[in-house]
Design a binder for this molecule. Structure first.
Ligand code: CAA
Length: 281
């Protein structure tokens, strides 16, 4: 099945789903709890993201490749919060075994977001705290509204980050700033988040944030989907490697591009001074 039509028709208890111009928006929809990540939210997100994982970039029965979704936006319902973290009310009643399963499933979800063959943007409208900030960190980019707040306040609850924050925050902002934020639990605003490289863009309002995120995806949609997917995979892969290992991985990926129809089409179109028509193969 072409994933865009399947996912557009999906219905979830805690998610709103929208597909516009080949971009899927998943809006976490528990505004009364500031979109905290209850077990149900994690389960709904896992279902939606696993559908993308199973289809995008894969051959369909008619021999085409499913690139019907070119990007994913994750955002929060209401004007106050992106995601205010793991659900503290639920966690307060969990045993250690139960929390291992809950956080394990959330961590796996963050890895799935990283592995999707299309760019994923966290459109942060309001609070991105604890697990909310950690989910945003697993996205390729964070775009924020001016009133966004980021933080890892877990130590105030006798906890530490559990959805990947100790691992990913330091890769983005460096170990000292990550330590500063995690040990103190202090919140930073959108401007500081941009200064330290956590958010890459800041918009004046929530509506400009969503419009700006869609505009960004317009430029992605003009590119070869398989090249974007290869670029994403390579950028992720080399982040963990030494320079020499990274260069080798990049060379392998660069060479692989020369086996694709899109590379032949893109380079021919340039030479022939016309617009390319990419098939994503
Ligand atoms: N879990 C469950 N419910 C939450 C929540 C959370 N993380 N954050 C907010 N809520 C609920 C509140 O309990 C409240 O519900 P009621 O109306 O039923 O009382 C509702 O959302 C509105 O919240 P507030 O009244 O507190 O709103 P506020 O504007 O006064 O404060 C806030 C906003 C500063 C974000 C505050 O809600 C807050 O500090 N929330 C908790 C943030 C936090 O500690 N997050 C980390 C969670 S632990 C974690 O995420 C671990 C991990 O790594 C997975």
């Amino acid at each position: 099945m072409i994933i865009a039509s399947g996912i557009a028709a999906a219905s979830y208890e805690t998610l709103k789903v929208d597909v516009t111009n080949e971009v899927l928006t998943l809006t976490i929809n528990r505004p009364k709890a500031l979109n905290a990540l209850s077990r149900q939210v994690i389960s709904d997100l896992r279902d939606a993201v696993s559908q993308l994982r199973n289809s995008l970039g894969k051959k369909t029965p008619d021999g085409t490749v499913d690139w019907s979704i070119r990007g994913l936006i994750i955002t929060g319902a209401g004007d106050k919060s992106f995601v205010a973290g793991g659900d503290i009310t639920e966690m307060s009643a969990m045993t250690a075994d139960e929390v291992r399963q809950y956080a394990g499933q959330a961590q796996e979800l963050t890895s799935w977001l990283e592995e999707l063959p299309v760019p994923v943007i966290a459109a942060v409208n309001g609070f991105a705290l604890g697990g909310g900030s950690e989910m945003a960190l697993a996205c390729d980019m964070i775009f924020a509204a001016e009133d966004a707040w980021f933080g890892q306040p877990e130590v105030a609850l006798g906890l530490i980050p559990g959805f990947g924050g100790t691992v990913r925050l330091q890769k983005v902002v460096g170990p000292q700033l990550a330590a500063d934020l995690i040990y103190s639990g202090r919140r930073i605003n959108a401007e500081e988040a941009k200064t330290i490289g956590l958010a890459s863009r800041v918009y004046e309002s929530d509506s400009e944030l969503l419009a700006g995120t869609h505009k960004y995806f317009e430029s992605v949609r003009a590119q070869s989907p398989i090249a974007v997917a290869t670029a994403k995979r390579t950028v992720r892969e080399v982040a963990h490697l030494s320079i020499s290992e990274g260069l080798k991985a990049e060379l392998d990926a660069f060479t692989t591009c020369f086996t694709t129809d899109d590379m032949r089409e893109g380079t021919s179109a340039f030479v022939e001074k016309r617009k390319p028509t990419f098939t994503g193969k």
